[in-house]
Design a protein around this ligand. Sequence first.
Ligand code: AMP
Ligand code: MG
Length: 337
Amino acid sequence: METLILSSDYRDIQTAANIIKTGGIVAMPTETVYGLAADALNGKAVRKIFKAKGRPMDNPLIVHISDISQIYTLVREFPKRAQLLADNFWPGPLTIILPKSDRIPDEVSAGLDTVAVRFPSHPTALRLISLSSPLAAPSANLSGSPSPTTAGHVCDDMNGRIDAIIDGGDCDVGVESTVITLAEDPPRLLRPGGITVEQLRSVIGEVIIDNAVTAPLAKGEKAASPGMKYKHYAPEAEVILLDGNNEKFRQYVNDNGRDGDAVLCYNEDLGTLKLPCIPIGSENDTETQAHRLFSVLRETDKLNITRVFAHCPPTDGVGLAVYNRMIRASGFQIIKL
Ligand code: AMP
Ligand code: MG
């Protein structure tokens, strides 16, 4: 199949909307990462997303809306806490899981009784939704690889596999949305993202952090969010996280580095390391690190690197989102220094 490359002009978005309305699939920019979208109420169209990504069918998708009124047809109930979260964080990088209505096809919810809903803030995504329908969309990468934050990344993975790509430039946040389930009490954070757990607690009080956010699933443990089961976000190179202060980090890298290795380093490390360096941002600027994370992971593929050392990120604020992606990209290889 030939993949159309579209701009964010009104007419091009209209073309994309027509593709969606006739059952096709289109990659669209959002403020988090690029999404691969289909009409959320068309199960047959949604199946194409799983095929194009090579995504296991038991991993559900997020439904994107462009107007709060659309949610009432997607969920069975909209509790007070959902209203509070929506008032404070929508439109934006937060996904809320609620009991699903009968209108949600099984493909979207992967057979679960719940549906994940997000109201994004990106103008192109909003326009595409309002010209077509609520859109089911996971990240627009091949299953398992780093999420795309530019149209070029999408093209690398999806050219020839999907109907169209809307080029909307760089994604702002750079990591996928925060996912919280309100289908149980107390609410549980399933995936950290641009909206921090501290922000969620300040609005609705108690929020539990699911074990799988910071640790591998124990043998036999069931994933609360099916997406948490799989190795994720991994470039071709082996990623090794180093947990220790900057001095120990530099020492370790300089003592153990060899040909074919590189470092995802902080800006402050530049000039202190003997290996090729790919800076990910300043040490305390976790927002920039989140913004650059997937892009630098993809860069290592282009440079033919075999091993990548990286700092083990902090676990507060947006750091938790970076940490969560990095431990999966590394397959949980963390060396305590
Ligand atoms: P992505 O495919 O990268 O957009 O990620 C979507 C995430 O939302 C995955 O981790 C899914 O497992 C999670 N998700 C979507 N719907 C549900 C649901 N109904 N219950 C639990 N997790 C969900
Ligand atoms: Mg994904």
